[in-house]
Design a protein around this ligand. Structure first.
Ligand code: ADP
Ligand code: MG
Length: 224
C-alpha cells in the first residue's frame, strides 16, 4: 500500500452550546493513501463537511491528530496552514465561489500569484489548465456570464493551478443538473489520472460514489 498522505488519529470536533458541548465528530481515525480516490458519504448533518474541513486544514479539531505527509498539523501556525493549502491542496465546493469581479482566467490565476508566480507565468498556467478542461473559449468571461457547470469547471481549474497533491471537493455536483454533473464527475477522474491526484470528495450522489476506490461512511459523527 502507498504511504498515507492524510491520516487522522482519534479526531473529535465539538462546539460549545448553552446546553453543553455539541459533539460533531467522534473518534475518527482514517488513513488515506497517496493517489487514492475516496468518497465521504452520510446523511445531511452527519459531519461530512466538518471532516473535510479538518483534513483539508481549513479548521482545527477539538482533540486528536491530523497528519499530512506524516507531519502533524497542530504544529503549523495559521500562516503555515494557509501556505500548505495554497501549495499542496485544492478545494472545490458545492457553490463555485468564484470572485464576481474577475474573469475566468483571472480567477484561476489568483492562487498561482499568491504562491509567488509572476503575472505572465500565472496567466500561462491558468490558460493551459482552462484549455485542458474545455474552457478556452470562455477565458475573458465573468462568472455571471458563465453557466453553473462552466463556473464549476473554472473552480476546478483554480483548485489545480498550483499542482496540488490532494483535491478536496464538497458536494461538487450538488448544484448541477445530471448532464453537467456527469461532466464534472468525468473531469475529476480524468484529472486525477493525468496528475496522479489524491481525490477526496463528499457526495450525496450514489452513482458518483461508486466510481471511487473507497467509501468512508459517516453516521452521527462516527465512521461506520
Ligand atoms: N460552527 C458550528 N457550530 C455549531 N454547530 C455546527 C457548526 N458547524 C456545523 N455544525 C453542526 O454540525 C453538524 C454536522 O455538520 P456538517 O459537517 O456540515 O454536516 P454534513 O456536511 O454531513 O451535512 C450539523 O448538525 C451542523 O449543524
Ligand atoms: Mg456538508
Amino acid at each position: 500500500m502507498n504511504k498515507a498522505i492524510i491520516r487522522t488519529e482519534g479526531l473529535y470536533k465539538s462546539y460549545p452550546q448553552a446546553s453543553g458541548r455539541l459533539e460533531i465528530l467522534k473518534n475518527i481515525s482514517i488513513n488515506i493513501s497517496k493517489g487514492e480516490s475516496v468518497c465521504i458519504v452520510g446523511s445531511s448533518g452527519a459531519g461530512k463537511s466538518t471532516l473535510l474541513h479538518l483534513i483539508g486544514a481549513l479548521d482545527r479539531p477539538t482533540s486528536g491528530k491530523i497528519f499530512f505527509n506524516e507531519k502533524i498539523l497542530q504544529d503549523y501556525s495559521d500562516d503555515e496552514l494557509a501556505s500548505l493549502r495554497n501549495e499542496k491542496m485544492g478545494f472545490v465546493f458545492q457553490f463555485h465561489h468564484l470572485l464576481a469581479e474577475f474573469t475566468a482566467l483571472e480567477n484561476v490565476m489568483i492562487p498561482a500569484q499568491i504562491k509567488g508566480l509572476s503575472q505572465v507565468e500565472a496567466k500561462e498556467k491558468a490558460a493551459t489548465l482552462l484549455n485542458q478542461i474545455g474552457m478556452s473559449h470562455r477565458l475573458t468571461h465573468y462568472p455571471s456570464e458563465l453557466s453553473g457547470g462552466e463556473c464549476q469547471r473554472v473552480a476546478i481549474a483554480r483548485a489545480l493551478v498550483n499542482n496540488p497533491e490532494v483535491l478536496f471537493a464538497d458536494e461538487p455536483t450538488g448544484n448541477l443538473d445530471t448532464h453537467n454533473g456527469r461532466i464534472i464527475e468525468d473531469l475529476f477522474f480524468n484529472l486525477r489520472q493525468k496528475y496522479g491526484l489524491t481525490l477526496i470528495v463528499v457526495t450525496h450522489n450514489t452513482q458518483f460514489s461508486t466510481r471511487f476506490q473507497r467509501v468512508i461512511r459517516l453516521k452521527d459523527g462516527i465512521s461506520v
